[in-house]
Design a binder for this molecule. Structure first.
Ligand code: NAD
Length: 473
């Protein structure tokens, strides 16, 4: 993609300042404003405003709801908005790659289903007609991650509003500015299109305390968490309807029947996407001995840097991990070039992933690192590779990939790992609709079972019965 970075930067700085000043965000001196466009001083206010908006949305027609979804798509896809949110997302969080944020935000805007997802069931017979419809839950509290701040807001907003709900976001504090910018852009566009105000709201200063207020507020009927294990566990113990989209550690298996050249390219493409932060991205490889050397050779031809010295591998691991063995925040979503540079290894930006051969119990295999470091484990055969992949996935049942032409082994791995997404012979992102069939989502709800969420995931099924009439057979 051809982008003049300096022009975009100037554009974003200018636009962010304008919108921020309009919304009292990080703007000195604070201008008196008429409207807040969805950003409230307190979480209570954000929820109350959302509850008022939801009552209005409840009485909107389905055509109006779909029109609001279309406004969200159009607003996000407007060139300057897309560039602004993508650039600010990288700048504020220090995570990921501008060009890939553009792809992910575009995917969220284009491939999140709208109201067409709400398919009515009908039963007819001698006792009449019964319909079962997907109906709104009400006000939804949605907690979003640093790794996909804008993608999740776009995706959740479309799905939730299509379902007749309003949404109060609690973004990660490290993604406050970009979340505010997006929420205000969307609310402004929705209001201008005649939608009720405050379909999407949030709080001025996101924090754990504010997330707790959101979860406990009696007017919030459903809580959706997209993030790591701690927040997923927390929402599942609120006593309310909860959707938990948790962590993964997606393994890849490559066997001797695979197209090894294609597998190498697909794995590097998937692993390096947005510097490896997507929860679905390739995090470790199990390769059968027979093809392992050739796989590594082909990966190197596709932008992998191989680290061979065990001391250097240990140094790398220590550099990017904290005392608890978790990834250091300052390295999450950084490029391979940046990480290598911190070790005094200078490479150009054609290097996208750092690879190394290690054993199956290595820290880099076991831990979800969210940076373009890809450990490779050599196995005796495909059965051993599948077994090791099963262990490395930790029962998250999130995402796994396999490169093979052996249908029996492909089925074996899919059955054993039971992941929400299983991608065969493609990069991981094919699983969220980029180069694969099916809709996209940025809230993949493994723990609570909704899977690839869409409008219907955020709805209640309700039944309406007309006895002894209206059937026409
Ligand atoms: P995180 O868990 O640190 O934060 C996610 C959100 O939860 C943030 O808004 C954060 O402020 C909030 N939060 C975290 N702990 C909390 C607590 N105890 N109380 C209240 N709020 C809390 O995750 P992150 O680093 O922002 O995102 C990366 C993680 O999210 C990875 O584990 C990744 O796999 C996962 N993820 C999963 C999906 C999915 O669809 N399943 C999508 C994106 C990210």
């Amino acid at each position: 993609m051809e982008i003049d970075e300096s022009v975009i930067e100037r554009l974003v700085r200018q636009a962010v300042k304008e919108v921020a000043c309009d919304n009292k965000i990080d703007c000195e001196p604070v201008k008196k404003v008429e409207k807040n466009y969805g950003i409230y001083k307190t979480m209570e206010e954000a929820v109350e405003a959302s509850a008022v908006a939801q009552k209005k949305l409840l009485f909107s027609t389905m055509a109006q709801r779909q029109a609001y979804v279309d406004v969200i798509r159009k607003t996000v896809l407007k060139k300057e908005n897309m560039e602004m949110i993508s650039l600010l997302s990288v700048e504020e969080t220090g995570i990921g790659k501008y060009e890939h944020k553009i792809i992910k935000n575009t995917l969220a805007a284009n491939k999140t289903p709208g109201t067409e997802d709400l398919v009515t069931e009908a039963k007819t017979g001698d006792h009449g007609l019964t319909v079962i419809e997907y109906c709104p839950f009400g006000v939804i509290g949605a907690i979003t991650p640093t790794t996909n701040p804008t993608e999740t807001i776009i995706n959740n907003s479309i799905s939730m509003i299509a379902g007749g709900n309003t949404v109060v976001f609690s973004p990660h504090p490290r993604a406050t500015k970009v979340s505010h910018l997006l929420v205000s852009l969307l609310n402004k566009a929705l209001e201008e299109a005649g939608a009720p105000s405050d379909l999407i709201t949030t709080v001025e200063a996101p924090s754990i305390e504010n997330t707790n207020i959101l979860m406990e507020h009696p007017k919030v009927r459903m809580i959706v968490a997209t993030g790591g294990p701690s927040i997923v566990k927390k929402v599942m113990s609120t006593g309310k309807k909860a959707i938990g989209a948790g962590a993964g550690n997606p393994p890849v298996v490559v066997d001797e029947t695979a197209d090894v050249e294609k597998a190498a390219k697909d794995i590097i493409d998937g692993c390096s996407f947005d510097n490896n932060v997507p929860c679905i991205a390739e995090k470790e490889v199990f390769a059968v001995d027979q093809i392992c050397d050739y796989l590594i050779h082909c990966m190197k031809q596709n932008g992998a840097y191989e680290m061979k010295d065990p001391e250097m591998i240990a140094k790398l691991d220590a550099l990017v991990s904290n005392e608890k063995g978790k990834p250091k925040v300052s390295f999450v979503g950084k490029s391979a070039q940046y990480i290598l540079g911190q070790l005094g290894i200078n490479v150009d930006d054609s290097i996208r992933v750092i690879i190394m051969e290690v054993n199956k119990d290595h820290h880099l295999v076991v831990e979800e690192m969210m940076m373009p470091i890809l450990p490779i484990v050599r196995t005796e055969d495909v059965d051993q590779a599948i077994e090791y992949a099963y262990v490395a996935e930790h029962g998250n049942r999130h995402t796994a990939m396999m490169h093979s032409r052996n249908v029996e082994k492909l089925s074996k791995m899919a059955k054993l790992l039971e992941t929400t997404i299983f991608v065969k012979n493609a990069p991981s992102y094919a699983g969220i609709g980029a180069g694969g069939e099916g809709h996209t989502t940025f809230t993949i709800a493994g723990p609570t079972g909704e899977g690839l969420t869409s409008a219907r995931s955020f709805c209640r099924k309700r039944k309406c019965v007309m006895a002894d009439a209206l059937h026409i057979r």
